[in-house]
Every structure is written in C-alpha cells, then in structure tokens.
Design a binder for this molecule. Structure first.
Ligand SMILES: C[S@@+](CC[C@H](N)C(=O)[O-])C[C@H]1O[C@@H](n2cnc3c(N)ncnc32)[C@H](O)[C@@H]1O
Length: 281
C-alpha cells in the first residue's frame, strides 16, 4: 500500500541511486515514463507489471488524470508500486501532484530523489553550472510554456541575472528562448551549449552563441545551458562533436566571449526535431 515516487536519473543506468535500484527489485508494479531506459526497467522482477504511461497504445500521451487513476488503483491493490520518472520526480515531473492525489486517496507515498538532467546534462558535457569567477549561481526553468507569452517564467529577469540558465523542455522552443532573452537584454554572444540525450551513448553536445540558438533544429531530449560557463567546458574530452578547440581560461562575466565560443556544425544539428513529449504540464 505504498507508492514510491522514484527518480531514475538522466539516462545512464549507473546514475540510478542504490535506493531506487532496491525499490525496483522489489516492485509489484512499475509505472514509468518514456525517458526511462530498458536497462533500468530490466531491474524489476520478471513478474512485475510494467505500465508505460509515456505513450498509450495509440501513440498518444497518457493524461495526468489517467496516470493518477492508475497509481491510485495499483496503490490500493499492491504492496510496492514504483512510479519511475526520468531525472528527479519533483523537477518538472509532476511528482508533487501525484503525491497529493495519492495521499488524498489514503495511499502512503515516499519520494526517492534522482539525479536531474538539469545538473547531469551540463556535467556530462564537462560544463560546471557554477564556476568561480564565471558563474555564481544557476537557474533551472522550463520552456514548455511559450516564452512569447509571459506566463510562468520571467525571461526579462533571467536575461539580467548574470548566472547560468539551464532550460529543460526547450528543444522545440530554442528560437523563442533566444528571442526572449535577447529582448530582455542578454548579450547575443552569450555562450550556449545544447546537450542532447545526456549521459547516454548517443549524447551530443553543440556549442554556439545565443544569436545562433534555435537557428538549427535541436533534437529531443535536450538541455540548453546558457551562460559564460558554456564557453568553458573544463573536461573538453566529454564534449561530443566539438570541432574547434575550447578556451579553458575563466574570464570576467561581463567580458564578451566571441573568441572563446566554439561554433560547431554537426550531423545532429541537421536531424529533424522530434516532438517535445513530456509529462509537464
Ligand atoms: C518532463 S522533463 C523531466 C525532467 C526530469 N524530471 C529531470 O529531473 O531531469 C523532460 C525534459 O528533461 C530534459 N531531459 C531529461 N533527460 C534528458 C537527457 N538524458 N538529456 C537531455 N535532456 C534531458 C529534457 O529537457 C526533457 O525535455
């Protein structure tokens, strides 16, 4: 009679927490999202019921109402239900809503934090989201809501914060993100990294300036890292497809970074974008 809201991490099965692995091994039911890989799902016992709520049999997304209904139903009938979500369950994962509905239905809930793609994505590309003398903070936002409509995220404020901005669900709206930040006063030569399929064998990193963000399709799923740290991958070996050498010398946040930003044009940038599918909102 417990539903565990479990973070599956960003993709690499080795980035799953030990607690998540333990709960998966004893699960009666696993209700999982699209971004959770097969290697992680294979940890569940062979008799466990696996329910993919990323897509229903018609190829459509399962609604949040239907997901909550499934969780409450299984939560009432089974001892250990694992609700497995990519990254961390409480970061753009709607875990909070699920917890509220389950508790209202009298079902016990626990949450197991996961490594969020918002920090794993930049790190996997060798980019520290904070770096002494370069960025003293970072903000994680979603571009799922249309940046052209000012609901939710204050892009004008973000543009002037002078800290790193990490954008989730921003692949399809990369051009809108660029326009909103530039309109808010952010330098067009601000370095940007896009990290696609982070921590998986198919990880792709592209470095560019804000002016070029969204000029080419960004495949899904992707993290956009916007800020001077993107010009300073401290472990350049972890970059993929970086065709030009990267400067490793930190510089003042206000200094223009045109010469320190590598522009890459890779095969992945020609890929058609896949539809942004997510559980949010
Ligand atoms: C619905 S949000 C869920 C975020 C998740 N709860 C987390 O903490 O990472 C889905 C978005 O996360 C990002 N994402 C998740 N996994 C990713 C990965 N391996 N590589 C790049 N981006 C990823 C993408 O921006 C994607 O559109």
């Amino acid at each position: 009679m417990t539903v565990h809201l479990v973070g599956a991490g960003p993709g690499d099965p080795e980035l799953l927490t030990r607690k998540a692995a333990r709960l998966l091994r004893s699960a009666d039911v696993v209700v999982h999202d699209r971004l959770v890989g097969d290697e992680i799902l294979a940890m569940a016992p062979p008799w466990a019921e696996l329910i993919d709520v990323g897509k229903n049999p018609n190829g459509h997304r399962t609604t949040q109402t239907e997901i909550n209904r499934i969780l409450i139903d299984r939560g009432r009938r089974f001892e250990h239900v694992v609700r497995l979500k990519g990254g961390d369950p409480f970061i753009f994962g709607r875990g909070g809503e699920e917890a509220i509905d389950l508790r209202a239905a009298g079902i016990d809930v626990t949450v197991v934090p996961g490594i969020s793609s918002s920090i794993a994505g930049p790190a996997a590309a060798g980019i520290p989201v904070t770096h002494r003398g370069v960025a003293s903070g970072f903000t994680v936002v979603t571009a799922h809501e249309d940046p052209a409509n000012d609901n939710g995220v204050n892009w004008d404020a973000l543009a002037t914060l002078n800290t790193t901005i990490v954008v989730l669900m921003g692949a399809r709206r990369a051009g809108d993100v660029r326009d909103r930040l530039v309109a808010g006063g952010m330098r067009e030569d601000t370095p940007v990294a896009t990290v696609v399929k982070a921590t998986t064998p198919d990880q792709q990193t592209n470095l560019m300036t804000l002016a070029d963000l969204g000029r080419r399709p960004v495949p899904n799923p992707a993290i956009l890292v916007i800020g001077d740290v993107a010009a300073h991958p401290v472990i350049p070996e972890q970059l993929t497809n970086a065709l030009e050498p990267i400067s490793l010398t930190p510089h003042s946040p206000n200094q223009t970074s045109q010469t320190q930003t590598s522009q890459t044009q890779t095969s992945q940038t020609q890929t058609s974008p896949t539809p942004e599918t997510s559980q949010w909102p």
